[in-house]
Structure formats: structure tokens, C-alpha cells
Design a protein around this ligand. Structure first.
Ligand code: 5GP
Length: 179
């Protein structure tokens, strides 16, 4: 069913049940890959808050979690390619196995920025887990991108944490813009 958010129209793209299933699979994979250590998960707010919460519930190995807040869309429908660093974290990640949790990789600019920033802190490894990936929009290759929920086309999406003008984050399904 179509839904309207502010001046734009959206239709369902990925149903909540499919998101749940995919997260269970990724969670199992992460537990298996990181069972030799205590990984640090770094959640990138705001858009990934639901994904982080649901993914972390699937992790049954010892782990730590912290958050950072970055912005590049500022409520619009396109990346401004300028990243604003809103909240940093204080945790010492030197020598730690780090897994960044993102809602969506679009141009790859935000991921690139964060990975470079984290590398200075000398972690043992950095990998990236993103619920969504728009392969046709990628401007930079991201070798650290190890876990992807769904590859989608380059249009604008909302729901399951992702917003348009700060609205739509509460939708259970993911919707794509149609108008
Ligand atoms: P990138 O830096 O890869 O271009 O974009 C990453 C950030 O832009 C994401 O973390 C997200 O906040 C925002 N973003 C990218 N594509 C979309 C989209 O289709 N919808 C929404 N709501 N945000 C997006």
C-alpha cells in the first residue's frame, strides 16, 4: 500500500518479515566470525537505530557496543557529500576488532570518512555491516564492507529507522519513493 510522507509518495520495498529473516542470518554469521574475540560494535545514528537494536539481539557472543552520530542527508533525499560529525565516542578501540553498523551505504562517503577516522585509533580490524547498499551509487570501493542486508536500486528509501524530513523512521517496512 502506498504511503505519503510530507510531499513525497512511497510504496513498500522490503517487508518487516524479510528484514527480520535477513538480520537473523547476518547475526549468525557475525557470531561465527567473531567468536575468537570480544568485538566492539559501533552503531552509526540516527538511521540505523532499529537495525542496531534488532541485530544486537541476535548476537550471543560477548561484545561491546558504542555509538557515533554522523549526517550527510540533513533530512533531504540526496547526499550533500558533506559529513557532519554530531556525536563522537570515547571508547578506546586500540587493538580491538571493530564492526561498524550502518543503515545504508549510498555514495560510500560516510563509510569512508568513518573508517579513516577509526583507523587513526589503531584497532586490530575494521569491518562494516550495512542493512542496505545501493551498488550503482557507490563512488568509492569499500573493502571493509563485509555484511550487507539487501542490495537496492539507487532511489530514495524510508522506514525501519530511515527518515524523510525526520519522519517515517517508525515504519516497520522499508519503502521506496515513487513520486
Ligand atoms: P553515503 O555517505 O553513503 O552517501 O550515505 C550514507 C548516509 O546517507 C546513510 O547513513 C543515510 O543516513 C543517508 N542515506 C543514504 N541513502 C538514503 C536513503 O535512500 N534514504 C534515507 N532516508 N537516507 C539515506
Amino acid at each position: 500500500m502506498k504511503t505519503k510522507i510530507a510531499d513525497l509518495e512511497f510504496e513498500p520495498l522490503i517487508k518487516a518479515e524479510a528484514i527480520d529473516e535477513r538480520i537473523k542470518t547476518i547475526g549468525k554469521q557475525i557470531c561465527s566470525d567473531y567468536k575468537h574475540c570480544v568485538p566492539v560494535f559501533i552503531g552509526v545514528l540516527n538511521g540505523s537505530f532499529l537495525f542496531i537494536a534488532d541485530l544486537i539481539k541476535q548476537i550471543d557472543i560477548p561484545c561491546e557496543i558504542t555509538f557515533t552520530k554522523l549526517a550527510s542527508y540533513y533530512g533531504g533525499t540526496k547526499s550533500t557529500l558533506k559529513i557532519r560529525d554530531d556525536i563522537d565516542f570515547a571508547m578506546d578501540i586500540k587493538g580491538r576488532e571493530v564492526l561498524i553498523i550502518e543503515d545504508i551505504v549510498d555514495t560510500g562517503n560516510t563509510a569512508h570518512y568513518l573508517i579513516e577516522k577509526l583507523q587513526v585509533k589503531e584497532p586490530a580490524s575494521i569491518k562494516l555491516c550495512s542493512l542496505l547498499l545501493k551498488p550503482a551509487s557507490l563512488l568509492k570501493k569499500i573493502d571493509e564492507l563485509k555484511y550487507v542486508g539487501f542490495e537496492i536500486e539507487s532511489g530514495f528509501v524510508v522506514g525501519y529507522g530511515l527518515d524523510y524530513k525526520e519522519m517515517g523512521r517508525n515504519l516497520k517496512d522499508i519503502y521506496k519513493r515513487v513520486k
